[in-house]
Design a protein around this ligand. Structure first.
Ligand SMILES: Cc1cc2nc3c(=O)[nH]c(=O)nc-3n(C[C@H](O)[C@H](O)[C@H](O)COP(=O)(O)OP(=O)(O)OC[C@H]3O[C@@H](n4cnc5c(N)ncnc54)[C@H](O)[C@@H]3O)c2cc1C
Length: 489
């Protein structure tokens, strides 16, 4: 990262830390800053209890109640609904057409297409759902651009545009010339790119909070400030044991859905399935006119560069640029500690990315900086399933790309909890045995070394300099070992 790119104001900016991030602040203010739902104390029961009040948990609750409005569904959230990444992400609601080469490699043509079609459907359905329920979350179906910002990243999308063409869905992910990219958004760094039509953007916390409101109105019993400590099988059901500042509690239920995202990395059955990394964001002041005049970025496209430690950015409903950078620090032993919300160097890396890509906006102020955890799976795709015994269902591993897939995840998890044989439960992201990461301390050490190597390599490539063979070899090592992490090239 080139610190010299940062302005005096940028250097004064601090991570949100324990404060609410700006998306969630806005969403809570829309609602008149209501108190949280009361925590669980004492004993209660449910047909299905859901742990985690982010998109995955809330879409699962929504689907269960859509199928049977009388069903007793309890949601347990240790913070407030939307307090995790669902209320603080980059707002990309994108399909999987850019993952087509990977999906095809892993699952074959038909099953790859089935996955990509289902996620594309979720993109459209999220927009339609907001419309239907009067959730004003700034959903905009503007497509997503992948762009190269250095000759060394040109054609990074080739394997997926080629897979799309071969599978007869070439229009879903197609190459753009540098002129076509510039017609959509101007940066002196942008070269060629690729366009995915099945993609939108959203104010993420308004979606999470909207889901909370709709689920509660439909009868879900939501307890916030309630941390699940343990889940035990008991007789023909499960017992979920909780703690809160107001006392302990328990839910006896037929089925439990664990929708705890990166926190799953700390739960014994899942420990070796995930690595946690942080992702960081900054946001500009509102500049709708400058975005139009200086960037010509009026089509609502979300944009990512071709780094593995990706930069991702979009224009918000009020005309700000929200700009993120992947590749923050990894967590140790599944703990989601302070480095996920209070890591100034990682936040500055996002700010420097913004300054580098949009030098035309050098006079624009960044007003916010925040971060959160990402649940990275070995194949970079989420997995849904049921533990032995048939009563504990789980979904995680979105790897920083969960807004649209968690809608599909909610439908899958509801079907698993009900034992219903819907076609989506036969998608290849359901069941199966994941590739495991090494145990600690090797997982943390490996993630840390890979992260440093990736950043050094990609920073160097952005300056048009090829990384040395040793650095390239190190960043390719995970691929050689069968992990879909890091660049292939
Ligand atoms: C900075 C950042 C930017 C991102 N940008 C994008 C993007 O632009 N597009 C995209 O598709 N994805 C993005 N993601 C990823 C996306 O936000 C997630 O994949 C998605 O929100 C996952 O939803 P979830 O419901 O599974 O998890 P979460 O939203 O994390 O919800 C899990 C919930 O479980 C709760 N919980 C955990 N443990 C317990 C417990 N023991 N008891 C009770 N509650 C518990 C947590 O408090 C949390 O609220 C980003 C993530 C981050 C951090």
């Amino acid at each position: 990262m080139d610190q010299r790119l940062l302005t005096g104001d940028d250097l004064a900016l601090r991570p949100a830390g324990d404060e609410r991030n700006p998306w969630l602040r806005e969403a809570l203010a829309d609602e008149g800053n209501p108190p949280p739902h009361p925590p669980l104390t004492g004993s209660t029961d449910a047909e299905v209890v859901i742990v985690g009040g982010g998109y995955t948990g809330l879409w699962t609750a929504y689907r269960l109640l859509e199928l049977d409005p009388q069903r007793r569904v309890v949601v347990l959230e240790m913070d407030v609904c939307g307090g995790g990444p669902s209320g603080r992400n980059g707002g990309f609601v994108n399909g999987w057409w850019d993952e087509l080469a990977l999906l095809r490699d892993l699952f074959g043509d038909e099953r790859a297409l089935a996955c990509a079609r289902e996620v594309a459907r979720s993109v459209t359905e999220i927009g339609a759902w907001c419309e239907r329920h009067g959730i004003h979350a700034d959903f905009r179906h503007g497509g997503m651009l992948t762009v190269s910002t250095t000759p060394l990243h040109d054609g990074a999308w080739d394997s997926s545009t080629e897979a799309a063409r071969q599978l007869g869905v070439g229009e879903d992910f197609r190459e753009l010339s540098s002129e076509e990219v510039a017609e959509r958004c101007r940066s002196p760094l942008f070269r060629g790119g690729a366009l995915m039509a099945d993609a939108g953007t959203i104010q993420p916390a308004r979606l999470a909070r909207g889901l909370r409101a709709v689920c509660a109105a439909r009868g879900a019993v939501i307890h916030e400030g309630t941390r699940v400590q343990r889940v035990r099988r008991e007789g023909s059901g499960v017992r979920v044991i909780t703690e809160s500042p107001e006392g302990d509690g328990e839910v006896r239920a037929g089925q439990v859905v664990l929708a705890i995202n990166a926190w799953a990395a700390g739960w014994p059955p899942f420990r070796r399935s995930l690595v946690t990394w942080s992702s960081w964001m900054v946001r500009t002041e509102p500049i709708p006119d400058l975005i139009d005049e200086r960037l010509g970025w009026i089509g609502g496209e979300s944009i990512v560069d071709a780094r593995f430690t990706v930069h991702y950015f979009h224009v918000t409903g009020e005309g700000r640029i929200a700009f993120g950078a992947g590749g923050g620090r990894p967590g140790y032993d599944g703990r989601i500690g302070r480095s996920f919300v209070d890591d100034l160097p990682a936040g500055r890396r996002a700010a420097a990315g913004f300054r580098r890509i949009f030098p035309q906006l050098a006079d624009v102020r960044l007003t916010d900086m925040w971060g959160g955890p990402i649940d990275v799976a070995a194949n970079h795709l989420p997995r849904f399933g049921t533990l032995a015994g048939g009563r504990v269902h789980f979904g995680f591993g979105y790897s920083g790309n969960g807004v649209a897939p968690s809608h599909l995840g909610g439908r899958i998890l509801a079907a698993l909890a009900l034992g219903s044989d819907e076609p989506i439960t036969r998608l290849p992201i359901v069941g199966g045995v994941p590739r495991r990461f090494p145990p600690e301390p090797f997982r943390y050490a490996g993630a840390r070394i890979l992260r440093e190597a990736l950043i050094r390599r990609e920073d160097r490539e952005e300056q048009g300099r090829r990384a040395g063979w040793a650095l390239r070899g190190l960043t390719r090592l995970p691929r050689r070992l069968g992990y879909h992490l890091g660049p292939e090239r």
